[in-house]
Write a protein that binds this ligand. Sequence first.
Ligand SMILES: Nc1ncnc2c1ncn2[C@@H]1O[C@H](COP(=O)(O)OP(=O)(O)OP(=O)(O)O)[C@@H](O)[C@H]1O
Ligand SMILES: [Mg+2]
Length: 431
Amino acid sequence: MNYLEFFHLQEDPFGLTPDLNYFYPSKMHNEILSSLDYAVEQKEGFSLVIGDPGTGKTTVLKIFMDRWKDRAEIALIMTPRLSSEELLQAVLDDLNIHIDTANKNEMIKLFRDFLINRSLSGKRVIIIVDEAQNLSDGCLEELRLLSNLETDKEKLLQIILVGQPELQKRLHSEGLRQLDQRITVRATMRPLNQVETSDYITFRLIKAGRGSAVFEEKAKKLIYTISGGIPRLINLTTSRALMVAYLGTSHRIEKKHVLDAAKHIPESQPGTVPRRITMRYGATTLLILAVIFLSLISYHALQTDTNPPPTPNIAKVQDSSTATTTQPAQPAPPAKKAVTDPVKSHAAVKPEVPEKREKKATVIVRLARLREGPSFNADIVTKVSRGASFPVVDEWTTQSGNKWYRIKAPDGNEYWIASYIVRIVSPDQLP
Ligand SMILES: Nc1ncnc2c1ncn2[C@@H]1O[C@H](COP(=O)(O)OP(=O)(O)OP(=O)(O)O)[C@@H](O)[C@H]1O
Ligand SMILES: [Mg+2]
């Protein structure tokens, strides 16, 4: 009996290829799809969808294309490592515009005729570029020029760029400002939250025939912690957990199955599964030691400080219900930094690791929460005291405009902290 038969499933519920039938529409997905619909209906020029690997960008694109397939001609460019000429050819090809010329002016003329013709018949023409972070500046410029094809009244072409966060950064650069200014709709794919992750797992199981697999709540919670709510990592972890349960002939998927599953997820997978697992569970002892060590250092430092009563620098948190009660920002005290800074304290234990000149986030409130994800709904992992300073490895602005920093903690793991409770020092400002 194979794994699917064992669980009475008709097909693999957690495949890694984007599949329309398995599309789980969270509120965020619906909002993004509505924004794109709006952009195309209103004939806005450029739209931009940004998201980390595995968050579901290509999946959303497929849904969007399906929604528009009868009302639009769509060119989908999936491999944008092209020269600007190749890009134009690929677009014409995908739209079934036959060209027997290599002359660019003639190609553009053909394309314009096509656009006018489709516009007269009430159809939209859309170019979608997936993995658009791989487009060269030349190609982005080419797309900008194409978007200038318009009549006196309206734009003839809508362009949707989809890519990873570095695309957004590139678009802010001087050379691409003109294009950036033409973007009217911007959307960000964020990871699922814990409730959505749990719903997502159930949803996909139902789609695959429901079957007999029963997930313990704790197992689902752990999948969320491991995957950070990134659908690709949820699929990977969940499908391995099912496999582990199957090998143990259990229809009930428990936390131990998920833990075991995480060990078999290759290091090279996008995301941070193995590292998180190592931190949270594989090396729990190490973590506890680190917490005790840092707490002691912090406690000692604060004892000798003139500030309010000491709080351990890092403390394991059980309850996330106080998530939004973080105190307002206050100026950082003249802290005894060499002692209170857990990063530096950690470096003192491992002197062979040279300290890098990185952008740093320093906590400016009495007690700040480090979270699993860039959201006030994300689990709180630890609390850190004012003055604690961490290298910043990434940042994220949510759809509601809240900025978060992903920081590296002394235990080597990465967590998120809200931007308004830290002060940022860039490498050139460091002494
Ligand atoms: N909303 C969703 N509903 C169901 N499955 C999803 C959803 N979002 C993502 N997935 C699943 O997660 C996996 C990754 O999704 P997808 O390939 O769309 O991500 P991506 O952001 O395009 O990744 P990359 O940046 O690597 O191209 C796929 O297996 C897909 O089926
Ligand atoms: Mg993709």
